[in-house]
Design a binder for this molecule. Structure first.
Ligand code: NAP
Length: 248
């Protein structure tokens, strides 16, 4: 039977690389995005050009009705879900904690944390052997920020990723006997557009000398680890973390 995957935030960056690699590995792929439809449709077109099956679905994963509708569309258009990558995430303008207001904190926490709980819930409903599903795997995209803290830049973002690490540990144990594995990747400085959201598009050039490998990473290097964690090769791996950070 065909594997079916939802990649949240699959239109750009790490999510797009993951969607493309998943298609190469034979998954039918749902490329979720928030607003950049053209970018999402380009990922779908690339997958279709390789002979794969993909759809693009707009949904704000911080919104419960959007998440419910997203998974219903996957049921209808791709079939039974077997994998979820909780990848969508945001950061905002670099600033110290003393400058952060509640609106910003709520945007970061709902987009980076609530979304992962909601998408995991919808995936578990479908994949759990306790519900008649055939099992599956979830990979959460955390960050090394969870253990570095991102002082002076975005402690709120780092804290949201700390929550994702704890979600990974707890959920992995909760659903282990329901045929579902839950793991996380923790990327370091990866060359994507997310750094522009923090106000510093060339951030990697500034910080790469602090990385033992002296360079930033590519989205494809993160995607490789995600696809391994989803695969049967990782069949006895759950509640685990892979840091993809050049030794940082
Ligand atoms: P990116 O290039 O900025 O792409 C973000 C993606 O998330 C886009 O597809 C965007 O959709 C989508 N998105 C944002 N908010 C969304 C929402 N509310 N609902 C649905 N989709 C949403 O980011 P990236 O660097 O690839 O980051 C992906 C993940 O890796 C994030 O969780 C990030 O925290 C994590 N990470 C990144 C790095 C890094 O250095 N790049 C390091 C550690 C961890 P649109 O295209 O429609 O805007």
């Amino acid at each position: 039977m065909e594997n079916v995957i939802v990649v949240t935030g699959g239109s750009r960056g790490i999510g797009a690389a993951t969607a493309r690699l998943a298609a190469k590995r034979g998954y039918a792929v749902c490329v979720n995005y928030r607003q950049r439809e053209a970018a999402a449709q380009q990922v779908v077109a690339d997958i279709q050009a390789m002979g794969g099956r993909a759809i693009a679905i707009a949904a704000n994963v911080a919104s419960e009705p959007d998440v419910v509708a997203l998974f219903q569309q996957v049921d209808e258009q791709l079939g039974p879900l077997t994998a979820l990558v909780n990848n969508a995430g945001i950061l905002e303008q670099q600033m110290r904690v003393e400058m952060m207001d509640a609106d910003r904190l709520n945007r970061i926490f709902t987009t980076n944390i609530t979304s992962c709980f909601l998408c995991a819930r919808e995936a578990i409903k479908r994949m759990s052997t306790a519900n008649g599903g055939r099992g599956g795997a979830i990979v959460n995209v955390s960050s090394v920020a969870a253990r570095l803290g991102s002082p002076g830049e975005y402690v709120d973002y780092a804290a949201s990723k700390g929550a994702i690490d704890t979600l990974t540990l707890g959920l992995a144990k909760e659903v282990a006997d329901h045929g579902i594995r839950v793991n996380a990747v923790r990327p370091g400085f990866i060359d994507t557009e997310i750094h522009a959201s923090g106000g510093e598009p060339n951030r990697i050039d500034r910080v790469k000398s602090t990385v033992p490998m002296q360079r930033g990473g590519a989205a494809e290097e993160v995607a490789n680890a995600i696809l391994w964690l989803l695969s049967h090769e990782a069949s006895y791996t759950t509640g685990a973390f892979i840091d993809i950070a050049g030794g940082k």
